[in-house]
Design a protein around this ligand. Structure first.
Ligand code: URA
Length: 215
């Protein structure tokens, strides 16, 4: 709601992703707002069936306002294309919408104040599949599980299929993780075309065609 962003007279949630992104641009709820250049709310298709959630903006993202704008983003693009998915068809965001100084890990207090924005994004985009990139976004959904033991395994969270994968940046530092990322990304196609978790006969894969990720 415009009135929410401008006057703060009301606590009504925004009606659209664009309104929410305007609210995020004005956020001063934590100290990261003092050191950021740009907020990095999210990017991509506002009604995609597929949402990707990373960790936090780095320096390239802070300069551009776009998530996954650096080397990890190039690898992410490669992984998506390898799975038959265009980045423009997906909604991509992060746990934090502002860059932590020196790219340090997000703090629990920052995650906690920023989480409301992520919850609103999930509710507005309404994806059927969420791919969590790295341990911080996986922990939002399954805080008691370890990513190394859970990657590639799909779990239900409030009716949404959650697919945890390693963070692309981890594969830049440790190339032995890249084949695991490629393997896990290959599952997205099947998930998007599976009508229910229990009826495997309903799987409709379209391996050699462009996916349609929108309703
Ligand atoms: N860029 C992002 O936007 N998020 C990450 O988690 C890493 C790089």
């Amino acid at each position: 709601m415009l009135i929410y962003g401008i006057t703060e007279l009301s606590n009504l949630p925004p009606d659209t992703i664009s309104e929410l992104e305007s609210d995020i641009a004005q956020c001063t709820k934590c100290d990261l707002s003092k050191t950021r250049n740009f907020t990095v709310p999210g990017d991509g298709h506002h009604n995609s069936n597929l949402m990707l959630i990373g960790e936090a903006p780095g320096s390239n993202e802070d300069k551009t306002g776009k998530p996954f704008a650096g080397r990890a983003g190039s690898l992410l693009d490669e992984l998506l294309v390898g799975s038959g998915i265009e980045r423009s068809e997906v909604y991509i965001t992060n746990m934090l919408k502002c860059r932590p100084p020196s790219n340090r890990d997000p703090q629990l207090s920052e995650i906690s104040v920023c989480e409301r924005y992520l919850d609103l994004q999930i509710s507005l985009v309404n994806p059927s599949v969420i791919v969590t990139l790295g341990r911080f976004s996986f922990a939002k959904f399954f805080p008691h599980l370890k990513l190394s033991q859970s990657r590639g395994t799909v779990r239900d969270w409030k009716g949404i299929k959650i697919l945890p994968v390693y963070h692309p940046a981890a594969a830049l530092y440790n190339p032995s993780l890249k084949p695991k990322l490629i393997q896990d990304f290959q599952k997205i196609n099947t998930l998007l075309y599976k009508k229910s978790n229990t009826d495997l006969s309903d799987i409709q894969t379209k391996p050699n065609t462009q996916l349609n990720l929108f309703e």
